[in-house]
Design a protein around this ligand. Structure first.
Ligand SMILES: Nc1ncnc2c1ncn2[C@@H]1O[C@H](COP(=O)(O)OP(=O)(O)OP(=O)(O)O)[C@@H](O)[C@H]1O
Ligand SMILES: [Mg+2]
Length: 325
């Protein structure tokens, strides 16, 4: 089978997987797929290796042996092309900016074509991180050490960073509904806190999705950060989200948040309440994932071999109550 035949076959399979789950997302994956021939020619991509992840998300992750564009020295061999088919995304430009600021991210080039955003990255020969107590502390320290560089405003990217509230508030409300359906109490004051702290502005560029699935260890032992949601909001959001996410690894969210805050301090009021709001969101997400055992969350099942999810949900809600009342 030739490389271009396998590429076409893989692209069609991705369209079918996405369309099966969500007909509306099919238009997005079709537009990403339509952009591929031009990208392959423009970037001189050669030797299709395969898709990185076979799932039903409306984005492409394709691995090639080579990229032949002269001058594109950042990325030359063994590359990954990521394409989104919906709207301009800040992921590529923000990761590039963070790389310039000394944060460890993949070497990459990025751009847009016909409304599709693309990233061309080095293929990382990384290993996922084991979610042990020591690794959680180590990763927290590394991420918090990058915090100041990550969260320094980037005015020239304002157009492509999405406001935190636009993205998170609908998700938070859906999580609150899932918690209620699960018989948990979600006081009205928590809704106001979510509106206030997600929607209250803040000009820090945010990763927005800090979790073990989006960091990895390079062969030399250093960590590398990728898959930024590229949001704009209060700078301690990343710490809050990371801290809530570690609850499933039996890490107390307040302890993780305090540890991060020792490295990246924030004088702004409300940072701590943001942690409470995030704990509610994470508890609701776990309730949803528990009911679906969602295949898109293999990291969760890796981190929860012995079924700590119920304990994590209780801990998250307990933390939310102690912060938000
Ligand atoms: N440059 C890369 N090198 C090697 N593996 C990669 C690279 N980029 C992504 N991957 C692998 O693919 C997985 C999914 O990629 P990524 O986290 O970027 O997107 P996602 O979370 O699936 O999608 P979305 O962008 O919609 O959030 C990663 O967890 C990682 O295992
Ligand atoms: Mg990811």
């Amino acid at each position: 089978m030739t490389s271009s035949y396998r590429l076409t076959k893989s692209l069609n399979e991705q369209i079918a997987r996405v369309g099966q789950r969500d007909p509306q997302a099919e238009a997005k994956i079709r537009s990403a797929v339509a952009a591929v021939p031009d990208l392959v020619s423009h970037l001189g991509l050669d030797g299709f290796v395969g898709v990185l992840v076979k799932d039903d998300k409306p984005r492409l992750l394709l691995r090639f042996e080579r990229c032949r564009v002269p001058g594109l020295d950042e990325v030359a061999s063994d590359v990954v092309l990521k394409v989104y088919g919906d709207r301009p995304r800040g992921e590529g430009p923000l990761l590039k900016e963070w790389g310039r600021r000394g944060v460890s991210v993949p070497r990459l080039e990025t751009g847009t074509t016909a409304d599709c955003s693309w990233l061309l990255m080095e293929h990382l020969s990384h290993t996922p991180i084991d979610v042990t107590y020591q690794e959680c502390l180590m990763a927290t320290d590394v991420l918090a050490g990058w915090g100041a560089a990550m969260h320094e405003p980037v005015p020239h990217l304002a157009d492509v960073l999405r406001p935190l509230g636009d993205t998170m508030l609908p998700r938070w409300e859906a999580c609150a509904s899932a918690l209620r359906a699960d018989g948990r109490s979600v006081p009205l004051a928590w809704h106001s806190a979510a509106g206030l702290h997600y929607g209250g502005g803040g000009l820090a560029p945010l990763h927005g999705d800090l979790t073990f699935g989006n960091i990895a260890r390079r062969p030399d032992g250093t960590l590398v950060l990728f898959d930024a949601s590229a949001l704009l909001g209060p700078k301690m959001f990343d710490a809050a989200r990371w801290s809530a996410r570690l609850a499933v690894a039996a890490m107390p969210p307040q302890d993780v948040f305090t540890r991060w805050s020792n490295a990246e301090t924030d004088g702004a009021p409300g940072a701590y309440e943001l942690l409470g709001v995030e704990c509610v969101l994470e508890a609701g997400s776990l309730v949803v994932m528990r009911s679906q055992r969602h295949p898109a969350s293999p990291a969760l099942w890796r981190t929860d071999p012995s079924g700590n999810i119920d304990a994590a949900i209780d801990n998250l809600l307990h933390t939310a109550r102690s912060i938000l009342g």
